[in-house]
Design a protein around this ligand. Structure first.
Ligand code: PMP
Length: 360
């Protein structure tokens, strides 16, 4: 068996020990005689799996007692609608910060439910920066302020937590949740799809402050009502059981690595390897401003785009896949989530040097 270095932006690489354990338990989970996939979500086995995953996530992120964790479905795209449906609380508008493709999607969708005020935008830098907090034109009557904590396509990430006063801060953290410690108490709501740092697609994580629960629009589908899901311990409908089981194994793996502080050190070391090399030569370039470069998604370009195909082919031949950049940005993108070992980034940088020597 050969495992590749998978630089996919998501669904993305998972820690190998997690996959091995899942494989070992596939036919018979801990003497139950069943696969986790075959279990009733109301049975004692799955209830234990679900509860343990919740507890581990709460522990890893040090989620305060006045916040609920919800395991939902629909992904971040669904959250773009679910957030306004639940958080408007009688208000008519919400503030959004536009930092790239995923914020644009959030803005577009929220516009179906409320008046969207784009309080700041990085459009004028072609989405290579995060607008300074001082430039944001926030509306004091907004129901919430929405940010995309890490733009998976553009590779820009917040390295500060914006102060939004009494207006709840909402973050789409799909592509950087669990990559480093996070002060949950600064947010009203954090959400993210699982398929980057957490587990299989199909599970959506929501962390929400208690006072924001229970005030949804009457049209809100029950399955997407945070208050109802919180009251039902995220079991109002059948949850994505297998994805929750894998997420639980990933949480255990992160804890065994030393938790989020260790993850951050590991992720900073990997990102530094790549960015330091990118900054040291002219054959490749990194478009994003230094102070907001993503630790998770590193876009870069070859000086001569005609060499892109040859670069990708050579990478594939060396066991490195999914390096093609998103079509909106072009070039390359290396997604280096928690599960990417440093050897993957070392192999990539060595190959980039070799390719530069040959074609530069
Ligand atoms: N937001 C961000 C930051 C993302 O990276 C993605 C997926 N790549 C989405 C939203 C959309 O997520 P989903 O496809 O799970 O709905």
């Amino acid at each position: 068996m050969t495992r590749v270095f998978n630089f996919s932006a998501g669904p993305a690489a998972l820690p190998e020990p997690v996959l091995r354990q899942a494989a070992a338990e596939m036919l018979d989970w801990q003497g139950s005689g069943m696969s986790v996939m075959e279990m009733s979500h109301r049975g004692k086995e799955f209830i234990a799996i679900h509860a343990e995953a919740m507890t581990l996530l709460r522990e890893l992120l040090a989620v305060p007692a006045n916040y609920k964790i919800l395991f939902m479905q629909g992904g971040a795209i669904a959250e773009n609608a679910i957030v306004p449906m639940n958080l408007l609380r009688g208000r008519t508008g919400a503030d959004y910060i536009d930092t790239g493709e995923w914020s644009k999607k959030s803005i577009e969708e929220a516009g179906k439910y409320c008046q969207v005020n784009v309080a700041a935008s990085a459009k004028d830098t072609n989405y290579t920066t995060i607008p300074a907090r001082a430039s944001w034109k926030l509306d004091p009557n907004a129901a919430y302020v929405h940010i995309c904590a890490n733009e998976t396509i553009g590779g820009v990430e917040y390295h500060f937590t914006p102060d939004t006063g009494d207006v709840p801060l909402v973050a789409d953290a799909s592509s950087n949740i669990l990559s480093r410690p996070l002060d949950v108490s600064k947010y009203g709501l954090i959400y993210g799809g699982a398929q980057k740092n957490i587990g299989p697609a199909g599970l959506t994580i929501v962390i929400i402050r208690d006072d924001l629960l229970g005030r949804s629009l009457p049209v809100t589908p029950s399955a997407f009502d945070y208050g109802l899901q919180a009251a039902a311990d995220s079991m109002l409908n059948t949850p994505p059981t297998y994805a929750i089981y894998i997420a639980g194994l990933v949480f255990k793996w992160i804890k065994a690595q030393g938790g989020l502080t260790a993850m951050e050190a590991h992720n900073r070391a990997k990102a530094a390897l790549l960015y330091d090399y990118l900054d040291s030569q002219d054959f490749y370039s990194a478009p994003v401003a230094r102070d907001c470069r993503s630790l998770m998604n590193v876009p870069f370009k070859l000086q001569d785009a005609k060499l892109d195909d040859a670069f990708l082919k050579g990478a594939q031949a060396r066991g490195m896949v999914q390096l093609k950049g998103h079509r909106v940005v072009g070039g390359m993108r290396a997604s280096i989530y928690n599960a990417m070992p440093i050897e993957g980034v070392q192999t990539l940088v060595a190959y980039m040097k070799e390719f530069e020597k040959e074609h530069g």
